[in-house]
Design a protein around this ligand. Structure first.
Ligand SMILES: C[S@@+](CC[C@H](N)C(=O)[O-])C[C@H]1O[C@@H](n2cnc3c(N)ncnc32)[C@H](O)[C@@H]1O
Length: 607
């Protein structure tokens, strides 16, 4: 959160018999100012009509499309959690942790004013961040309430964070949304966010019915080790995950759980993201928030990240210490590597990038680091050609490449991922014998898709994904590999209508028998789950579903999940299938994450 030279003033006040500490900024917040432009744009679409007026046709059409714009439940989850994260961050940096701590200790509230200046008007959106002891203990529990405009007003619940669902949902920058936290009234989206903060509404209940269940609550994760752990403890650590997954699945199935440990116990991660802390000296510190304590921790080296990333961490830190311009308003870095030792550094900025000045510097930095360098700011991306890494994988005796892009999903444990690819391909080879076509939703960069299409030579494969860049990468790699029975389409999983494939520009009949799906952490919403139920074969979780021909007697499904709790919820709700096979992949040793793949069997089927 960039405050321009703002001084903080604290004052203890009391309202309705309750004490709170008011913290005032003398400065402005740049990002908020920018975000206001979007807000006014969004306003045109979302504002409630005045009494006696109707919404325009354009507004109505836009609102009708609304459910699919923000990516459904997964989007909400991401949005809400980022909001909370940012609010926590804001509390830390702007209200000063010391102040907050003191307030929390005394059961007081902390109130912060963030003045907003938009082009024409200037109004102050000040709001209150209530943090009681329990809330402060858990990031999830933070609630936002709008502050009184006048001291005499009642404190009202937060009614809006509806900005960035404007006309350009793809360009919606969660970063900005969270930074901006624009307050607006009476938007459905806002209510969803508000509900997540514990402020319910009947409109939200209706939306919830439509979109399916909320993200399942998960215990707070432990902090990944920042110094090398005792490797002898790995078996115990892994066993805990196995026990947890077995417990979760126990009600649904008694099939034995296969376990695939990570081939590397350290240096297995090929993607990391750090916050940048500007210290007293020239240098920037890499830092992460400890999920347990909520404290920022400075990270010098990260034993879970690849050796190449660790090297890049120290080289980039040194290089940035010499480069004042590239340090200026940098707030986050993402570092990527592949198993060949190539690397990419993404640096993110809270300022406008200047192609004349910043790009040549980035190119020089890339040369110095022997790595690709990408600079990003709101609405801007600067990079040389081919600014992605290529990862080669071997599956079932054949080599496949995939593009690793900054800011798009890829499986961070690249070596274990090859084993996941082999598992999925093996299951599909088995299922291909039952005939029909294969549908994959959430295909990402084609990680499972390319080997899957090879295993499915008897039929056609349709793979869909939301992220345009991942999809472009997947298409390029499929072309390179000469795979012909495969078509990619950009499509939101929830918007997929198997009866109407023509809007996707698809020719010819498909007779889907198997669905492969690897959804994001939140799992499936009602629509996607209903579609999955119509398939014979489903792989869910991080991967897929089965037969999509309505009224056929499909029997099997497979589900792979990076969140066993979401998997359990989806399977409990999907009454049509039962687990036939389950496998735990330990993607992230020494952390609480477990990737689970299941193959499902359609109940009542003969096979
Ligand atoms: C867990 S990743 C799996 C990607 C891929 N299977 C892999 O193994 O790399 C989930 C993917 O779903 C995509 N996604 C998220 N929400 C989506 C939605 N509503 N519709 C379609 N794709 C979505 C994300 O962009 C991401 O690529």
């Amino acid at each position: 959160m960039g405050v321009n030279g703002g001084e903080l003033d604290e004052e203890v006040k009391s309202e309705a018999g309750k004490k709170y500490i008011e913290v005032k900024h003398a400065g402005r917040i740049d990002a908020q100012e920018k975000a206001m432009e979007h807000v006014s744009d969004a306003d045109r679409w979302f504002q409630e009509p005045r009494m006696g007026q109707e919404r325009t046709k354009q507004q109505r059409e836009y609102l009708e499309k609304l459910p699919w714009l923000p990516g459904g439940e997964a989007f909400f989850q991401r949005f809400v959690s980022r909001v909370k994260e940012k609010v926590k961050g804001a509390l830390r940096s702007e209200c000063r942790r010391r102040v907050l701590r003191r307030a929390i200790k005394k059961g007081e509230k902390v109130k912060t004013h963030w003045p907003i200046h938009s082009g024409k008007s200037s109004h102050s959106a000040s709001w209150l961040v209530a943090a009681d002891e329990r809330e402060a203990e858990q990031v999830n529990q933070i609630s936002l309430v709008e502050s009184p405009r006048k001291a005499s007003d009642q404190v009202k619940p937060l009614q809006g964070i509806k900005l960035l669902f404007g006309a350009r949902p793809r360009s919606f920058a969660i970063q900005t949304a969270c930074v901006g936290l624009q307050l607006r009234h009476r938007s459905a989206w806002t209510r969803v966010a508000a509900e997540a903060h514990g402020l319910g509404s009947s409109r939200f209940q209706r939306r919830q019915k439509r979109f399916g269940p909320n993200p399942v609550p998960e215990p707070r994760p432990r902090c990944p080790p920042l110094t090398p752990p005792d490797l002898n403890g790995y078996q115990v650590d892994l066993q805990q995950k196995v026990d947890l997954v077995q417990d979760l699945l126990a009600d649904l199935s008694d099939v034995p759980l296969d376990v695939v440990p990570s081939p590397e116990l350290l240096h297995y991660r090929h993607r990391v993201r750090f916050g940048l802390r500007h210290g007293e000296e020239e240098a920037l510190d890499w830092s992460v928030v400890d999920p347990e304590s909520g404290e920022w921790i400075v990270v010098k080296a990260y034993p879970l990240a690849s050796v190449r990333i660790n090297r890049l961490m120290s080289e980039l830190r040194e290089a940035l210490a010499q480069e004042k311009r590239l340090r200026w308003k940098a707030f986050e870095v993402e570092l990527l590597s592949n198993t060949k030792g190539e690397a990419l550094a993404l640096i993110m900025y809270h300022r406008r990038l200047d192609p004349e000045d910043d790009l040549p510097r980035a190119q020089a930095l890339a040369k110095e680091l022997d790595a690709k360098v990408v600079l990003r700011a709101k609405g801007q991306r600067m990079a040389g050609r081919n600014s992605f890494l290529v990862q080669e994988n071997e599956v079932a005796g054949r080599r496949y490449s995939q593009r690793l892009l900054e800011s798009s999903f890829f499986q961070a444990n690249l070596r274990l991922n090859q084993q996941m690819q082999s598992w999925v391909t093996g299951e599909l080879t088995d299922l291909a014998a039952s005939g029909g076509d294969l549908l994959e939703i959430y295909c990402g960069n084609g990680n499972f898709t390319l080997p899957a299409a090879d295993a499915w030579r008897t039929g056609q494969v349709l793979a869909t994904e939301l992220d345009r860049l991942s999809l472009a990468g997947a298409e390029a790699c499929a072309k390179e590999a000469g795979i012909e029975n495969l078509v990619f389409r950009k499509c939101m999983a929830e918007a997929m209508n198997l009866q109407k494939l023509r809007p996707l520009g698809l020719q010819g009949p498909y007779e889907f028998s198997t669905l492969l799906l690897d959804p994001p952490r939140a799992g499936l919403n009602d629509r996607t789950r209903k579609m999955a139920e119509s398939f014979d074969h489903v792989t869910l979780g991080s991967v897929r579903f089965g037969n999509s021909v309505p009224n056929t007697s499909a029997e099997l499904e497979i589900y792979i999940s990076c969140n066993p709790r979401a998997l359990l919820r989806d399977l409990q709700l999907m009454k049509t299938h039962r687990i036939e096979k389950a496998c735990l992949f330990d993607q992230f040793p020494w952390t609480d994450h477990a990737e689970v793949a299941v193959r499902l069997f359609r109940l009542g089927a003969s096979g």
